[in-house]
Design a protein around this ligand. Structure first.
Ligand code: URA
Length: 247
C-alpha cells in the first residue's frame, strides 16, 4: 500500500463518495495512530498506520483487484466442464468474494487479465465511452509493412462494425513471420485477430501486455493483487476519480 489521502482511504473502504468521506473526516470521526485527524487531505498508509473510522480499523479494501498472467489454453470463464478456467488460478478466498474477469481473452491469448469484485469499476472500464487502451504483442504468419500500419491507423472495416483507429508498431518483419505491438481502445470479441484477418494475415500468438494503466509484470499462471496506486490509476482511466464515482 502507499500513502493516500484520508478521504480517498475512507471512500475506498466503503460505499461513499470522496466528498461524503471528507465530511465524516471533518466531523472528527477518523483517527490515525490514535490521534483524531480532521483534514481530509492528510495522507496515511493503511499498511503502516492504524487508520480508524468511528473506532473501527480500516485495514482492507472492500473489493479485490487482481492482475493475472493468463496462460494459453485457459478459458476466461467462471467455470467449464472440459477446459481449465482463469478462476482455477486464483485462491478460493477471492472467488468467494465475487472476483470476476474484466472482459475476456481468447483461450489461446496469453497475458494480462484484470479481475475484480468491483462491478462498477469493471463496467466503466469496459464501457466503449471510456476508451481504455489495451496493448498486445502479436505474431502473424506473413510480412507486415507500413501499409498495414496505415490500415490500422485508419480503422479496419469488419463484417459487423468498423474498428476504431488503432496503432500498429512493427517490431520485426519477414515473409514467414512478423512481430508487432498493437494498441487499441476497443475490446470486441476476437478483435485483434479479426483485424489482422481482414488484412489477409493470420495471428499465431497474441499476448496482452498492458490494460489501461496496468503493465504485466508477473510470470505466466501467476497473479498478484494491485497496489492502491494502481487501483487509483484504474479509477482515473474509468473516469471514477471524481465525486461522481464511488472512489
Ligand atoms: N483480441 C483478440 O483477438 N483476442 C483476444 O483475446 C483479445 C483481443
Amino acid at each position: 500500500m502507499a500513502l493516500l489521502r484520508l478521504d480517498k482511504i475512507l471512500s475506498l473502504s466503503g460505499e461513499r463518495t470522496r466528498s461524503e468521506a471528507g465530511k465524516l473526516i471533518r466531523a472528527g470521526l477518523v483517527s490515525v495512530d490514535g490521534v483524531c485527524v480532521s483534514d481530509p487531505s492528510y495522507k496515511a498508509d493503511t499498511a503502516q498506520n492504524a487508520v480508524t473510522f468511528q473506532g473501527q480499523r480500516i485495514s482492507e479494501l472492500p473489493f479485490q483487484y487482481v492482475m493475472l498472467n493468463k496462460p494459453a489454453g485457459v478459458l476466461t470463464a467462471a467455470r467449464d466442464r472440459r477446459a481449465p478456467t482463469v478462476m482455477g488460478l486464483l485462491p478460493g478466498r477471492m472467488l468467494t468474494r465475487g472476483v470476476m474477469p474484466v472482459g475476456r481473452l481468447d483461450k489461446d491469448t496469453t497475458g494480462l487479465l484484470l479481475l475484480t469484485s468491483d462491478g462498477t469499476l469493471a463496467h466503466r472500464l469496459l464501457s466503449p465511452k471510456n476508451h481504455v487502451w489495451k496493448e498486445y504483442r502479436a505474431t502473424v504468419d506473413g510480412l507486415l509493412s507500413p501499409a498495414h500500419m496505415a490500415a490500422f491507423a485508419q480503422g479496419i472495416p469488419l463484417s459487423d462494425f468498423t474498428a476504431m483507429p488503432a496503432e500498429l508498431d512493427i517490431v520485426s518483419a519477414s515473409a514467414e513471420e512478423s512481430l508487432a505491438v498493437v494498441r487499441l481502445r476497443e475490446g470486441k470479441n476476437r478483435q485483434v485477430r479479426r483485424m489482422f484477418i481482414a488484412l489477409g494475415l493470420n495471428v499465431t500468438a497474441l499476448h496482452r501486455q498492458a490494460f489501461g494503466p496496468l503493465r504485466l509484470d508477473i510470470p505466466p499462471g501467476e497473479y498478484r493483487t494491485l497496489s492502491s496506486l494502481e487501483i487509483e490509476a484504474l479509477y482515473a482511466a474509468a473516469r471514477m476519480d471524481g465525486d461522481g464515482g464511488h472512489g
